[in-house]
Structure formats: structure tokens, C-alpha cells
Design a binder for this molecule. Structure first.
Ligand SMILES: Nc1ncnc2c1ncn2[C@@H]1O[C@H](COP(=O)(O)OP(=O)(O)O)[C@@H](O)[C@H]1O
Ligand SMILES: [Mg+2]
Length: 247
């Protein structure tokens, strides 16, 4: 089992859209896949039309008063399950803070699943937090979507510094560009600059309205727009990512 999280310090950069599409593509490739929606806003759960089984599932999982199996729901799709976001995850930092080994709780919880799934995709809220520490520790890989703007360079550097300061291996972090608009010179310049380091996948996701339509169709691109350019881009990027994961 490989745990993959989609993370950025910033919000609105395409974390959830990417998580929802990658997880679907992994399942379609035949891998047993789980999405854990750890963003209390619950956007990934919304896209998969998934409601939590219990109001306080996240809290109970951390407090070990609930089995992980009881929190997992099936999606409408083969090979793809989800742990939906629930209200208690809003307070997850406080709950984690009470726990022993508070930075390794998520890793401990996920251990129970190691024979059930090939991939676990975690959709994260933006911020450095105890939850983020848990996500970094539990993840084999952290994938960071980056919009190619000047401010994103700073966010990218801050995340790298955070990894270094907290002893999280740099190899765990890989990035990809989202919402790229090649008509804008700033996007071209930022991409050229950031491609110089080896932290970015070659394929990227342009700014395309099809991605936004996931919110209307409540489904991943592969389901409602399989031959769209947006889906072609996500498929190419997933192919590149998968190659690294299966290496
Ligand atoms: N490649 C894209 N092109 C155009 N709009 C996008 C793209 N990726 C995401 N969006 C839109 O941008 C907004 C934020 O995306 P989302 O995936 O929810 O980001 P995050 O999870 O980082 O907050 C959403 O309205 C989404 O539909
Ligand atoms: Mg999100």
C-alpha cells in the first residue's frame, strides 16, 4: 500500500480536483484505492457524493474508539472507496494534540489497511498544522499542485523549508503545475524557473473550464468528459506519477 497526499500550504490551487481525478484513475487502472478526505470542507466527499457514516468518525478514529472499516464507504465506482469528511475533523488538531505520539497517529491508523488497498489518497486542508505533520509522516509521497505565479514560488519554498526543519525526507515531495495559462508571460517565466529544479513533473494541468465542471457533474473528469483536453492532461500526468510510484 502506498499513501499519497495532495498538499499545498495554499488553498484554491487544485488539490481536491487533482485528488479526485488521480484516485479515480488509479481505481480504473485496477488498483484498490481509498480516498481519505481530511479537509473539513469536504469537497472530495462532495464530488464523490459521499456522506460520513458517523458525525464524529475522524475523532473516534484518532481516539481509537472506532474501527477504520466502520468509517469507509463505497463510492459509485469499482475499486474505489472513501472516508468522507465529517464535522469532527474541524477539530482534528485539538484531538491529535491530546494523543500520544501526536504526529504519528494517522500513520498508525492507516497501518490497519495495508493489505486492503494499493493506494490511499489523502485530500488535505491548506496550512501547516499538526494534521499536516500527520499527513507528511503517514505519506509515502506528498504531491503538491502549484499555480505558476510569483506567490506560488514562495509557498513552494516555505513547504520545502518546513520539510527540512521537521526532518521529513525531501524525496517525499513532488510538485506539478495546475491552472497554467500559457498566454500569461508570468506563468511561462515561473514554470521555466521552477522546472530547473527536479521537483516538478513534466506534465501539467492547464486552466480549463472542464475541470470546474466537476462541481456540476459531481464526478471525476474521466466519467463525464473522458475525451476532453482536461482529462487528457490529467491522464498524462497520472501516467507520469504512476511510473514513479511503481518504480
Ligand atoms: N485546471 C483547472 N482549471 C480551471 N479551474 C480549476 C482547475 N483546477 C481547479 N480548478 C477550480 O479552482 C477551484 C479550486 O480548486 P480545488 O481543486 O478545489 O483547489 P483546492 O483543493 O486546492 O482548494 C475550484 O473551483 C476548481 O473547480
Ligand atoms: Mg480542497
Amino acid at each position: 500500500m502506498q499513501v499519497i497526499s495532495i498538499y499545498n500550504l495554499k488553498g484554491g490551487v487544485g488539490k481536491t480536483s487533482s485528488c479526485v481525478n488521480f484516485a479515480y484513475m488509479a481505481a480504473k487502472d485496477g488498483f484498490n484505492t481509498l480516498i481519505w478526505d481530511l479537509d473539513p470542507q469536504g469537497a472530495a466527499s462532495f464530488y464523490y457524493k459521499a456522506k460520513p457514516k458517523h458525525k464524529s468518525a475522524t475523532k473516534k478514529l484518532v481516539k481509537q474508539s472506532m474501527e477504520l472499516d466502520d468509517a469507509i464507504r463505497a463510492t459509485d465506482y469499482y475499486h474505489l472507496d472513501i472516508i468522507p469528511a465529517d464535522i469532527s475533523s474541524r477539530k482534528i488538531d485539538l484531538i491529535l494534540d491530546d494523543a500520544k505520539k501526536s504526529k504519528k497517529q494517522l500513520k498508525r491508523i492507516l497501518k490497519d489497511l495495508s493489505s486492503d488497498y494499493d493506494f490511499v489518497f489523502i485530500d488535505s486542508p491548506p496550512a501547516f498544522s499538526l494534521l499536516a505533520d500527520n499527513i507528511f509522516n503517514a505519506s509515502d509521497m506528498v504531491f503538491m499542485p502549484v499555480i505558476p505565479t510569483t506567490l506560488s514560488i514562495r509557498a513552494f519554498q516555505l513547504v520545502r523549508e518546513y520539510f527540512e526543519k521537521h526532518g521529513i525526507p525531501d524525496e517525499k515531495l513532488m510538485c506539478f503545475f495546475t491552472m497554467a495559462d500559457m498566454r500569461k508571460s508570468i506563468h511561462n517565466e515561473v514554470m521555466a524557473e521552477l522546472y530547473k529544479n527536479n521537483k516538478f513533473f513534466e506534465y501539467y494541468i492547464p486552466n480549463l473550464s472542464e475541470v470546474e465542471k466537476m462541481g456540476i457533474h459531481l464526478a471525476p473528469l474521466e466519467v463525464f468528459a473522458p475525451s476532453s483536453y482536461a482529462n487528457t492532461c490529467y491522464r498524462a500526468l497520472w501516467g507520469e506519477i504512476k511510473e514513479g510510484l511503481l518504480d
